[in-house]
Design a binder for this molecule. Structure first.
Ligand code: G3P
Ligand code: CA
Length: 231
């Protein structure tokens, strides 16, 4: 079972910062999950639309200018990083799951990832593009069919993982509160990997391993990896 560092090693350092990402790389995780928004023409790594959740700023990120958000403290003196800064830091040392948090970023994200494959040490297969917005995933997959996408769901859909299969997704990402054996078996029968978020409870890790889940998103990756190794 793979471990994705959720927003970097966010249990140990401010989420979605270069520090949290560097810690996750040093923990030798399988992959790192990050959230991406856009400010002016820049792609930036932050979870929420509103700055006050994780920075000392106020207001909506989409209404700011890039130079303004770079003056903010995202925790521990860390800046909000750009997507390119994260790509340069990770540099193919592990996988990278990029969650699209907003519209109108499909092509700019793609261009950055393509540049990372040609200029950095990434292979295309190390990238997994995910979103709760399946229209964005559909757009990405139609334009770039060779790239891997992961369909996020925050609930247990009646038709299980059929939506992800329709998108030709690589994986389906489901909330730990909703995943069950039927969902996992159905997804696997459709050729989909099942990744579960956000999993930090040791008993949950054991249950998910027995369910045959392919990976988990963890805020405490080392602890999760040790737990998995002992099961
Ligand atoms: O990608 C898994 C998980 O990060 C999705 O939920 O709200 O933490 O972005 P959220
Ligand atoms: Ca996320």
């Amino acid at each position: 079972m793979k471990v994705f560092a959720h927003r970097g090693a966010s249990g140990h350092a401010p989420e979605n910062t270069l520090l949290a990402i560097e810690m996750a790389i040093n923990m030798q995780v399988d992959a790192i999950e990050i959230d991406v928004h856009k400010v002016e023409q820049e792609l930036v790594v932050i979870h929420n639309r509103h700055l006050h959740h994780t920075t000392n700023g106020q207001g909506r990120i989409a209404e700011k200018q890039f130079y303004e958000i770079r003056t903010l403290d995202a925790g521990g003196g860390q800046q909000i990083p750009t997507l390119w800064e994260v790509l340069a830091l990770v540099n193919g040392q592990c996988g990278l799951n990029i969650e699209l948090k907003t519209e109108n970023i499909v092509e700019s994200v793609f261009r950055q990832l393509q540049k990372a494959v040609s200029e950095l040490n990434f292979q295309r297969e190390q990238f997994l593009i995910s979103s709760f917005n399946h229209h964005l995933l559909n757009e990405f997959k139609l334009k770039h069919p060779d790239w891997q996408i992961g369909a996020l769901t925050a609930s247990l859909p009646l038709e299980y993982a059929m939506f992800a299969e329709k998108l030709s997704a690589y994986s389906v990402h489901i909330d730990v509160d909703f995943v069950n054996q039927t969902f996992v078996d159905d997804a696997h029968a459709r050729g989909l990997k099942v990744f579960v978020y956000t999993v930090d409870d040791e008993d949950d890790i054991e249950d998910l391993l027995h369910m045959g889940v392919d990976g988990i998103f963890s805020n405490f990756p080392t602890r999760s990896m040790i737990r998995i190794a002992h099961l």
